[in-house]
Design a protein around this ligand. Structure first.
Ligand SMILES: C[S@@+](CC[C@H](N)C(=O)[O-])C[C@H]1O[C@@H](n2cnc3c(N)ncnc32)[C@H](O)[C@@H]1O
Length: 416
């Protein structure tokens, strides 16, 4: 039976000593990075990146661990250098720590930070890159399966040690690598996917969020298999759907839709262009024994151009239209157009939840896009909620970058 309670996120017992004796992070052959005068300031504030101009000298092997010192010789922590990357040095935590235990300490800390969260799910993000002091690494946990995403050369070199540490800490059934992000190109890394453990796991894996069950296909699915970052908003929307008609645009495997139906929505229409996402939606709807779910496989622009129905709640969570800075003008236009079309489908005084997961599109530009789209549709829109990421994606406030997901919920009414 699915539990609607806090799940325990904590290390599994035993095996730590074995791990520490197995880990071999180059022992005393660490490189040395010395920063230019005054350039340690951002590191001391907890920001993990150093650009090439701030580095006075580097000796050691590209990508491998190095000790980092200020100009005056103060030890700042451990990091790794990539001489091909614009971000020349990435810190791995800021502790004065013996390198053998570094990854174990960082991963344990990530677990520890999450242990008091009430996430009401057995799927969560354990490591959120820079936000957990592990620049270049994402770790998502789906029940007892772990999915890794590696984005940098330095982390790629530490892959075996990361797998060892995760095996000791969580004792998963299997670990899968899904390192397919575009940023790997800048690190001169090819995409890499596959099982890292000797025991491949039967797909898909079943997870729950509150009392809703989902089958997650880690291998074929998008991202690491599920959009964990929107979990809190799925719960937020669920509380407001009683007897409402809901339109879920770009619905993936039905996260928002199934929570809406469980929350008492009268009817939910889900639209996604991916055949596989629609198939998963059908499977997940059936798995939960839910009725009243209309699933439409369509391009969202095509659907909205033709649709005439009004909905009490419209959810719009499209893919990233701005993948790099040069996409910004075109992407901005696409967001404006899509939001304009979606706003048309919101009933008088209805709710509109809109998200952008484009890293390069900041919150103030997103506000402007919504204002322009509202004006074009002759709508007044009132902001009632802003949201970034689900709590397990916790943001290190010393690291300002990386706020890719922005969500607004607006009350919409027609201009008099
Ligand atoms: C960010 S995900 C949505 C995640 C979802 N809200 C959830 O909670 O699981 C974006 C979705 O948009 C879909 N998509 C991408 N381009 C689309 C298009 N042109 N029309 C409709 N859906 C599209 C993708 O297949 C994907 O499922």
């Amino acid at each position: 039976m699915v539990q609607d309670t806090m799940i325990s996120i904590s290390p599994k017992k035993g095996g730590v000593n074995a791990l520490l004796s197995n880990i071999s992070l180059e022992g005393d052959n660490l490189g040395i990075v010395r920063l230019k005068e005054g350039r340690e300031k951002t590191l001391k504030l907890g920001h993990p990146w150093i650009f090439s101009k701030a580095i006075e000298s580097f000796s050691g092997q590209n990508g491998h661990l190095a000790r980092v010192y200020s100009h005056k010789g103060e030890f700042l922590g451990l990091g790794y250098v990539n001489t091909h990357s614009e971000i020349r040095l990435r810190m791995l935590g800021f502790m004065e720590i013996e390198p053998k235990g570094l990854l174990f300490r960082l991963l344990s800390k990530s677990l520890e930070k999450r242990k008091n969260l009430i996430i009401e799910s057995n799927a969560y993000r354990l490591v959120n890159g820079e936000n957990d002091g592990l620049s270049g690494l994402i770790v998502d946990v789906y029940q007892d399966i772990i999915v890794l995403q590696i984005g940098t050369y330095g982390i790629d070199l530490l892959k075996n040690e990361i797998v060892d540490a995760l095996n000791v800490l969580l004792k998963p059934k299997a670990i899968y690598e899904k390192s397919t992000s575009l940023s790997r190109r800048q690190e001169k890394l090819l995409p890499q996917s596959g099982w890292l453990s000797s025991n491949p796991f039967d797909q898909p894996v079943e997870i729950f969020e509150k009392d809703v069950r989902f089958l997650v296909d880690i291998v074929q699915g998008q991202k690491t298999g599920f959009f964990l970052d929107q979990r809190d908003m799925r719960f937020w929307i669920r509380q407001r759907v009683q007897n409402k008609n809901v339109l879920n645009l770009c619905s993936y495997s039905g996260g928002f839709s199934l929570h809406a139906l469980k929350g008492g929505a009268a009817r939910v229409v889900s639209v996604d262009s991916s055949n596989e996402a629609c198939r998963q939606m059908h499977v997940n709807t059936e798995l939960n024994g839910l009725q009243g779910h209309e699933i439409i496989e369509s391009d969202v622009f095509d659907y909205l151009e033709k649709s005439t129905e009004l909905f009490d709640i419209v959810i719009l969570d499209p893919p990233a239209f701005v993948k790099s800075k040069k996409d910004l003008p075109k992407g901005t236009k696409a967001y404006r157009e899509l939001n304009r079309l979606a706003l048309r489908r919101v009933a008088e005084s209805g709710l509109f939840m809109t998200s952008s997961c484009s890293y390069h599109l900041d919150a103030s530009l997103f506000d402007t896009i919504l204002l322009e789209a509202s004006l074009q549709e002759n709508k007044e829109t009132y902001l009632i909620q802003r949201h970034l990421l689900a709590s397990d994606h916790m943001k290190n406030i010393a690291y300002r970058e990386g706020e890719y997901l922005k969500t607004m919920v607006l009350i919409c009414s027609n201009r008099p």
